[in-house]
Design a protein around this ligand. Structure first.
Ligand SMILES: Cc1ncc(COP(=O)(O)O)c(C=O)c1O
Length: 436
């Protein structure tokens, strides 16, 4: 399966000479596995706040990047990293206050039961660790994930990341279930069906002699197509996995750190209690850091038996970056901003009232816009979606697309996105919709 919004070699000849030369050098030395975004790839050299600048000095409105969640190169984070890099950077085998301060501040943003944290460098590593812990605690091996989930790149995690495509084999111990499609199902159906699908997956695992270890979901279903509601639909699913003796892992790598506006963590919107929460991406606003926050009971046995060390995970510079991120979210009121600007943007997108806009959904600054050929039949229109994404890119506004039919615009700007930025996006989107 090809990646949504990926540059295709078919467009190579249409690029100018400098771009062609850089792509050729890149392919020669990086090999064939990497992908570039857009029909005309972007060559970025600088970022500031919600704007990115290319090599020619052109300015782009970034409505896509959720790593630089506080805005690109946020001064508070840059300063925290710079200062700590100049003083000391070691690892968790020495006593250091930074990591303890940070872990205390981080766990304080979670419900009381989730009171311990372990640090990694990437979200993949966090999910990989979650699998090891879940297997240890439950004695099971079975994993349930959604049809188009992405949870990471290690061997163990790729086995339950179906969005990697058909050439990446799913584990024999993995069962996938459809994401809750709030556009094509009624709220009552969504509420009931997702839990029923998890129960069916548990039954199927058992029939094959596999004991369930965990259910894992991205709590806003980012790669499945962005499904935020109705709130509470996760509850029956979490109850089902708990009743079967398995754990619930909330993957907050994309929706976490205030992005959904209504809560700091996506799972809170559904009123569920995860056993483990995996986090990453915006955690260091670009500094590579990730981790797990969990209930102490879950790690109580695994911890003493399986010693944990991660050379770079939780180092003093990471701790300084992470702390600056949490402080900035609080000081700048970014969760509230995500809520308000997100609502404003979703209302604006709906009021474009274009027949091809089948659905506008999301929470806070995590928005999906489903593009359809026929609003009554709800037929996905991937070709039009690609034209919209590239039309916006030509007009210097950056978004992307996702979903099983590649027809859902994915709008996920830094949390500092203002109403003025939203107006700019809406103006350009209106123009593009008229011309495509
Ligand atoms: C929901 C989700 N989980 C986990 C990961 C893996 O994170 P990383 O790329 O930091 O390994 C990703 C990355 O895109 C993700 O979107």
């Amino acid at each position: 399966m090809s990646m949504v919004n990926a540059f295709s070699r078919d467009d190579f000849e249409r690029l100018d000479e400098t771009e062609r030369a850089l792509i050729a050098r890149r392919e020669k030395v990086l090999g064939p596995a990497y992908r570039l975004f857009y029909e005309k790839p972007l060559h970025l050299v600088r970022g500031e706040g919600v704007f990115l600048y290319d090599a020619a000095g052109d300015k782009y409105l970034d409505a896509y990047n959720n790593v630089a969640s506080l805005g690109h190169c946020h001064p508070r984070v840059v300063e925290a990293i710079t200062k700590q890099t100049a003083v000391l950077n070691t690892h968790t085998r020495y006593l250091h206050e930074g990591i303890v301060d940070y872990a205390e501040a981080l766990t304080a943003t979670f419900p009381e039961a989730l009171s311990q944290a372990m640090f990694t460098c990437t979200g993949s590593e966090a999910n990989d660790l979650a699998v090891r812990i879940a297997r240890h605690v439950t004695g099971g091996t079975g994993i349930i994930a959604t049809d188009l989930a992405y949870h990471g790149l290690t061997s163990a995690v790729a086995e339950f990341s179906p969005s990697l495509g058909e050439s990446v084999t799913l584990g024999a111990h993995v069962r996938t279930i459809p994401a809750p499609d709030s556009y094509r199902q009624s709220p009552a159906e969504v509420m009931e069906k997702f839990g029923r699908d998890v129960s069916a997956a548990i039954a199927d695992l058992r029939r094959h002699g596999i004991k369930p270890a965990m259910l894992i979901t991205d709590t806003i279903f980012s790669s499945d197509g962005i499904f935020a509601g109705p709130k509470g639909f996760l509850k029956p699913a979490v109850d089902a996995i708990h009743a079967a003796g398995g754990l619930f892992v909330a993957d907050e790598v994309q929706p976490g750190f205030g992005r959904t506006g209504e809560a700091m963590w996506g799972f809170e919107r559904h009123g569920v209690a995860p056993d483990m929460v995996t986090i990453g991406k915006p955690m260091g606003n670009g500094y590579p850091m990730a981790g797990i926050v969990l209930r102490p009971e879950v790690i109580a046995e695994f911890g003493p038996r399986a010693r944990y060390f991660n050379t770079f995970g939780g180092n003093p510079v990471a701790a300084a970056a992470g702390k600056a991120v949490l402080e900035t979210i609080r000081i700048e009121g970014l969760q509230q901003n995500a809520l308000e600007v997100g609502r404003y943007l979703m209302d604006g997108l709906r009021s474009l009232s274009h027949p091809e806009i089948g659905d506008v959904r999301g929470s806070g600054l995590f928005i999906g816009v489903e593009i359809v050929a026929d609003p009554t039949a709800k037929t996905p229109d991937a070709a039009l979606t690609t034209r919209i994404v590239n039309g916006l890119r030509e007009r210097r506004v950056l978004i992307s697309a996702s979903g099983p039919n590649a027809n859902i615009l994915k709008i996920r700007p830094p949390l500092v996105f203002s109403r003025e930025n939203a107006d700019m996006l809406l103006d350009v989107m209106g123009d593009v919709l008229k011309t495509v």
